[in-house]
Ligand binder design. Structure first.
Ligand SMILES: [Cu+2]
Length: 332
């Protein structure tokens, strides 16, 4: 039913690498069983964004724009703009890569729609034109969306954003029957190997060795902000709160390598993971996470103070700590 036979040699577009069939499958079919949605999001593409690191260097970033049309560089936020919906809604995410010489998809990670709507390029197609992903927000919780074309590179380049499903009660309640919260933090923690950030979109898809088996990160970031210094004070990442208030931390392991998050001496109550409530919440001082995992934690400080949150990013074989990203919770 899919056009796997349309795998096309795209030698003219690629930079280096061997021959043979390239693992990209351009298509933009009609959405099967398309219905009227409760909410629609438009997403375009940018591939000329940049992020300035605390050491002053600039790293090229790719991502999704809010709005269709594949507008180069327009609204190039990093991470990509969040998709926030209510449990029970039918959602359309319309991705446009019109007229561009590259392909992308949107995978709504953890949502698990039908294969056509799952955005995994090599299981369906890479969007060439406009495709409307149709999916249902069945379970309140924390998810994220990312490109699934030449994934190892495109996710590394920054093509991801938060995906939050609120319960019908709306923001302020984690899930129906779950805890309420006064403040919210979305910490998507990622590592960057800047030596990967000058590749062509299809690098490696035609069989060439682009070195994607060797990730040597030199930057460690929280929700698009350098975790060396800037994330300690960045608005929306660093949190100011009062004793007695309840903070919901939506922690997303957005990198490839294992991570450990430590809450600086604050007690964190894990209430949900990967978009599902825990049967019984767990109180922890730290969490070990691996790629694409999400943990929802309630933090309700009982004492004033400045608490430094540290996330170690570790080598996937040796567990050596390769770097640490930091932010802060200030309790008044
Ligand atoms: Cu992509």
């Amino acid at each position: 039913m899919f056009n796997l036979d349309k795998a096309v040699p795209m030698m003219g577009m690629m930079g280096g690498g061997g021959g043979g069939t390239c693992y990209v499958y351009p298509d933009a079919p009609a959405t099967p069983g398309k219905v009227t949605p409760d909410v629609t999001f438009q997403r375009g593409i940018y591939m000329n964004g940049s992020m300035t690191m605390d050491d002053g260097k600039s790293v090229t970033i790719w991502g999704f724009t809010d709005g269709g049309g594949g507008m180069m560089g327009s609204g190039s936020t990093f991470p990509s703009p969040a998709i926030r919906v209510s449990e029970g809604q039918i959602v359309h995410t319309q991705l446009s890569v019109n007229g561009m010489h590259w392909l992308h998809t949107i995978h709504h990670h953890g949502i698990e729609p039908s294969t056509e709507n799952d955005g995994v390029g090599h299981y369906s197609f890479d969007v060439d034109g406009t495709y409307t992903y149709q999916w249902k927000a069945s379970h309140a919780g924390t998810y994220f969306y990312h490109c699934h074309t030449n994934t190892v590179l495109h996710a590394e380049m920054g093509m991801y954003g938060a995906l939050i499903v609120d319960p019908p009660e709306g923001p302020g309640t984690a899930f129906t029957g779950g805890p309420s919260y006064d403040l919210e933090a979305i910490w998507a923690v990622d590592e960057i190997d800047s030596s990967w950030h000058n590749k062509n979109w299809d690098a490696g898809t035609c069989g060439g060795d682009e070195g994607f088996n060797s990730l040597n990160p030199d930057y460690f970031i929280i929700t698009g902000v350098d975790g060396a210094q800037s994330a300690l004070t960045a608005p929306g990442i660093a949190i100011n709160m009062n004793v007695g208030q309840r903070l919901l931390v939506r922690y997303i392991c957005a990198g490839y390598l294992p991570q450990q998050i430590r809450f600086g001496g604050l007690a964190a109550e894990i209430i949900a993971s990967d978009g599902r409530p825990l049967e019984k919440s767990v109180n922890v001082s730290e969490i070990d996470a691996s790629s694409a995992e999400r943990y929802d934690c309630i933090i309700q400080p009982t004492q004033t103070g400045v608490y430094t949150i540290e996330i170690d990013i570790k080598h996937w074989v040796t567990s050596e700590v390769l770097g640490t990203a930091r932010t802060r919770i200030t309790v008044n």
